[in-house]
Write a protein that binds this ligand. Structure first.
Ligand SMILES: [Zn+2]
Length: 376
C-alpha cells in the first residue's frame, strides 16, 4: 500500500505502518496538552495506544492464521489509525470458511481481554467490581486507593484499561457493517441460506446504511476517525458487492462466449515505430507478437507502446518490449479470465483450443462490452 513503510515480517507476513499512523502521536500530544496531563500520564497514555495497536495487530494475525488454514495467503498487514487491515489474497467463498476467518480476529481480542481480566483478578486484592469501577473512572497511570482501602497499582490499572479496550474492539468490530468483521459474519450466515450473491447484496446495503450512521455520528460528536471509517466502509461495501455480482454473472459464461477471432499481428523484428503507427490507427490496444516463423512470442501492450513513444524510441525491435502472454482455454470460466485481466493486470489474454492452438484473444474492453450487453 502506498504511503506505508515496512516494520517487520512475522510468520511470513510483512507488517506495514501507514504514514497517517503519525497522527496518533499528534492526537496524544494534543489530548495531553488540552487535558493538562503530566509527563507520567502522557507516558501511560502512549503506552495504552501502543498496546492497543499491538492488540489490533494480533487481531489481524487472527484473520491471517485462520485464512492460512484454508490455503488463503495474506499479502500483508497494514496498520492505520482507523485500525488494521489484513490483506488476504481472497476471501474464502465457502460460507463456513468466511465465517471462521471473520470471527478469528475478534476472537483474539476476546482471548486477550479474558487473560487480562483473569490475571488482574488473580493479582488484585479486594472487591473486584469496586476495583473495576474505580479503574474505569480514573485516568490512566493513577494509583488507585478505593473507599474500602484497597490498592490498585498503575500496572494493574493499565491492564484493566487495556482489557476494556479489547472488549470495545470486539463490540465495534462485530457491528454488522459489511465488510467489517461483523458484516462478514452476517454475510456468511446469510449465504448459507440465500446464496452468496444475494447475501452480499443485502449485507452491503445494510453495511452502507450503518456506515452512513457512523459518518453522521462522527460529524455530530466531532469524532472524525469514525466518519473516515464510515466512508471507508461505504466504498469497500460497494466495491466488494459489485465484484461479487460481476463474478456471479461471469460464472455463467466461458471464454468461448467472448473470444475475439480477429486481431492484428505484429512482427517481433519490426521497429517500435510500426507498433506506434498501428496503435494510432486502430481500435485495438494490445497486440500479439509473432516471430518470422509465425510462432507466437508474446504480448505487446498499449503501455509498452506509449512508453516507447514518449522516450522516443522508434528504432528498437518490438521483441524488446514484448512480454509473456497468459493463456486460457475456450472452456475456462469468464471468472478466471476476469481475474487474470484485473488482478494480474495483463491487458489481454490469449485463447487456445483444447489442442493448445491459439484461436483468438480477450481483452478488457471486450469483456466490459460483453458485460454491458448481457447483464440485466
Ligand atoms: Zn478484523
Amino acid at each position: 500500500m502506498s504511503g506505508s513503510f515496512k516494520l517487520f515480517t512475522w510468520l511470513g507476513i510483512p507488517v506495514f505502518l501507514h504514514w497517517t499512523f503519525g497522527l496518533i502521536f499528534m492526537y496524544i500530544l494534543w489530548h495531553a496538552q488540552s487535558e493538562g496531563l503530566g509527563t507520567v500520564e502522557t507516558f501511560w497514555l502512549t503506552g495504552l495506544f501502543m498496546s492497543l495497536f499491538l492488540c489490533v495487530l494480533l487481531h489481524e494475525y487472527g484473520h491471517a492464521i485462520a485464512a492460512r488454514k484454508y490455503n488463503v495467503k495474506t499479502r500483508d498487514i497494514v496498520l492505520m489509525p482507523i485500525g488494521g487491515v489484513a490483506r488476504l489474497e481472497k476471501m474464502p467463498e465457502k460460507p463456513i470458511q468466511e465465517f471462521v476467518v471473520a470471527i478469528a480476529g475478534p476472537a483474539v481480542n476476546v482471548l486477550i481481554a479474558t487473560v487480562l481480566f483473569l490475571g488482574m483478578a488473580a493479582m488484585a486484592e479486594g472487591d473486584l467490581w469496586e476495583l473495576f469501577t474505580y479503574a474505569i473512572r480514573s485516568d490512566i497511570g493513577e494509583e488507585i486507593v478505593t473507599e474500602s482501602g484497597h490498592f490498585l497499582s498503575p500496572w494493574l490499572h493499565f491492564a484493566i484499561k487495556l482489557a476494556f479496550t479489547n472488549v470495545a474492539l470486539v463490540i465495534f468490530n462485530m457491528i454488522p457493517a459489511f465488510p467489517m468483521d461483523g458484516g462478514r459474519v452476517f454475510r456468511a450466515l446469510l449465504s448459507m441460506w440465500l446464496g452468496r450473491p444475494r447475501a452480499t447484496n443485502i449485507a452491503a446495503w445494510i453495511g452502507q446504511t450503518i456506515a452512513l450512521l457512523l459518518v453522521a455520528t462522527g460529524i455530530w460528536s466531532g469524532d472524525f476517525m469514525l466518519s473516515i471509517l464510515g466512508i471507508f466502509v461505504i466504498y469497500a461495501a460497494r466495491a466488494e458487492n459489485s465484484n461479487v455480482q460481476t463474478e456471479d454473472f461471469l460464472s455463467k459464461y466461458t471464454a468461448k462466449d467472448v473470444v475475439r477471432y480477429q486481431f492484428t499481428r505484429m512482427r517481433s523484428n519490426d521497429w517500435m515505430l510500426s507498433a506506434i503507427e498501428t496503435l494510432r490507427h486502430s481500435l485495438e490496444r494490445n497486440f500479439l507478437v509473432f516471430d518470422v516463423n509465425d510462432r507466437l512470442v508474446g504480448l505487446l501492450e498499449e503501455e509498452d507502446i506509449l512508453r516507447a513513444m514518449r522516450k522516443p524510441d522508434i528504432t528498437t525491435e518490438i521483441i524488446q518490449y514484448t512480454h509473456r502472454l497468459e493463456m486460457v482455454s475456450l472452456q475456462d470460466s469468464l471468472v478466471k479470465v476476469h481475474s487474470m485481466l484485473r488482478q494480474k493486470g495483463c491487458g489481454m489474454v490469449g485463447v487456445m483450443e483444447s489442442d493448445g492452438q491459439l484461436i483468438g484473444v480477450i481483452d478488457e474492453a471486450g469483456l466490459a462490452y460483453f458485460t454491458r450487453m448481457n447483464a440485466s
